[in-house]
Design a protein around this ligand. Structure first.
Ligand code: APR
Length: 264
């Protein structure tokens, strides 16, 4: 993974609220004018955008589920150690994803796609909410929970709202059914990664929404592939990349994104 750090302009932060309501409006105005002129926009999202839909972020609850570290559960080692526990977690999450509805932030990004000639949305989320909101050029970098696949013979099966019955984890071929997710320590799907890096590299504007930007390689898409793009972060809190973005809008995705798209 390349690690090209670049000098960025000083941070222009919009503290304490949605775009345009408070703080230094210049940051928002410049973002709006860059978006109006943009031929190519790349967006990277993380679990924060789905927190407006009522889903927990990854690290929000201390990174724990039933006292288990989620980074452990989402790993080949965790699955090998206790596949029933790991599937119990994914089945709960799958059910929660299907109960949830896309938020105003998800819909705003789908609407932005209609306005920009070249638009790519790469998400680290596996909850399918961008897809349900109507985003089309969508790269699910960490996979999704719509399918399970066998570790032995690669056979796939579609998951419904109940997820995978725990009695069906062990597959007839001797392998195990696992979620179609990219776990810690695993490579991202090559096609999606190549499409994401190419889209980040040609973008005029990069939006980074609802991610702590600590998980690589996905986080690198925000800052490592394009020294010329105008990079804006939308997040209620500062993140690992806040010092390197051109504009930080401190608000929720659902609070900030619709007002940006409506102002274009
Ligand atoms: N709108 C925008 N951002 C929000 C909101 C909101 N309503 N609520 C919280 N956030 C921000 C938090 O401030 C935080 O920076 O969302 C971010 C969530 O960060 P993480 O929990 O670390 O989630 P994420 O960045 O998606 O994690 C990346 O890590 O565990 C792995 O594979 C998993 O895809 C996941 C990856």
């Amino acid at each position: 993974m390349p690690s090209i750090e670049r000098a960025r302009k000083p941070l222009r932060q919009i503290p304490g609220g949605p775009a345009g309501r408070s703080g230094e409006a210049g940051g928002v105005e410049e973002l709006l004018s860059r978006l109006r002129a943009a031929r190519s926009v790349f967006v990277l999202t993380g679990s924060g955008i789905s927190s407006d839909s009522g889903l927990p972020t990854f690290r929000g609850a201390g990174g724990l589920w039933r006292d288990e570290r989620v980074e452990e559960l989402a790993s080949p080692e965790g699955f090998a150690r206790d596949p029933v526990l790991v599937w119990t977690w994914y089945n709960e999450r799958n059910a929660a994803h299907r109960r949830a509805n896309p938020s105003a932030g998800h819909y705003a990004l789908a609407a932005l796609e209609d306005r920009v000639p070249d638009f790519t949305l790469a998400t680290q989320n596996v909850d399918s909410l961008h897809k349900r909101a109507g985003s089309r050029n969508l790269l699910e970098l960490h996979g999704n929970l719509r399918e399970a696949r066998c570790t032995g013979c690669s056979q796939r099966r579609t998951l419904d709202a109940l997820g995978l019955p725990l009695s069906e984890i062990e597959h007839a071929c001797g392998g195990r059914m696992r979620p179609d997710i990219v776990w810690f320590g695993e490579a991202l799907p090559r096609d999606a990664w190549e499409a994401a890096t190419a889209a980040a590299a040609r973008a005029d504007v990069i939006l980074v929404v609802g991610t702590s930007a600590v998980v690589y390689p996905a986080a690198a898409l925000a800052t490592h592939y394009n020294a010329g793009a105008f990079v804006a972060e939308i997040n209620p809190e500062a993140t690992a990349i806040s010092e390197r973005v051109d504009c930080a809008l401190r608000g929720t995705a659902a609070g900030v994104l619709p007002s940006i798209v409506q102002s274009l």
